[in-house]
Design a protein around this ligand. Sequence first.
Ligand SMILES: Cc1cc2nc3c(=O)[nH]c(=O)nc-3n(C[C@H](O)[C@H](O)[C@H](O)COP(=O)(O)O)c2cc1C
Length: 320
Amino acid sequence: MKTTMIIYESHHGSAKKAAMILGTIIGNSRVFAVDEAPEIITFDHIVIVFSFYGLGTAKATVEYLKKIKDQVTEKPLAVIGIGLARADLPGFSKKISEAIDEKEFESFFSEGELRISKLTDLERAQLANFYERYGMELVDNGNFDTAAVADIGEKLMLRYQIPKKPLPKELLKVAIENFIKTHNTVALATGKGDWIRCTPLEYLYLNGVFYIISEGGLKYKGLWQNENISAGIYDEFHTMSNLKGMQITGKAEFVKIRSKEYLDVFAKKNISQKKLDQLPVTLYLIRINPVKYEMLNSAFKKDGFDVRQILDLSEKKACK
Ligand SMILES: Cc1cc2nc3c(=O)[nH]c(=O)nc-3n(C[C@H](O)[C@H](O)[C@H](O)COP(=O)(O)O)c2cc1C
């Protein structure tokens, strides 16, 4: 398991809020205010979040980084600037870069917020001066952009949560298939916009594809408008040393009624076309094509691998 240290320097809360959001999405992380950050670094990744603050920008962060720079030379680092003017990011990132001997990192910007009522008298005077110089009035400005911070979090999470000790692909495939074949129920989430629905359903797994027979229902509302699904298959939780479950990311679609594929799946369930015709209602069929599996299995650890393993089927296609 790889771990992430998130350090923030914030004056009025925007950068702190961004750091907290990043911590939850990246996972296996700890968030520290820069003045409480450790000087011995045991984490695999470092994320720096700071707010733009004129000449005082990232002052404490720069001091901190100078102290720990020798420990982070080999570690991936990401920098997130929170402010009003995106154009200020390169200049402020340069300050960070100089503190760590020009080590390379990726930097991101996300909009913060300036609320006049929160400012100290000194800050208000400083900013009023600055705004006046540009013929502008000092008023509330900016809106904290949760979606932008969450997108940065997703990007970093996908990059960081790659197993340190990956299971060989063929073994992982076997473990995934065994798990799927020894279970029969999936929690399927479909949705569109703010409409989300998670439905527990029985599945059939044939040739790497999941089929779900259903009499219909609200899950189709999401499916007809958005083919992307997320699904979970899991064992009941007992202890952390006995975890087993998987998340499936995939694309789902409606299988044409009475098509060969439709009839073949029902035949596997010993339901003939004649039987289907005699039913008072139509049975519908969903096909889920998995794109990615994320599997959690404590048993992997006993064999010297990470508990969490990823099988990305889209990578395979891209390499072809
Ligand atoms: C004294 C002061 C100086 C600021 N300087 C800048 C600046 O140089 N560039 C910018 O884009 N925003 C600047 N801002 C706006 C802040 O970056 C913005 O309000 C941010 O959301 C603050 O984050 P925080 O709440 O984490 O401190 C400044 C704000 C204050 C109070």
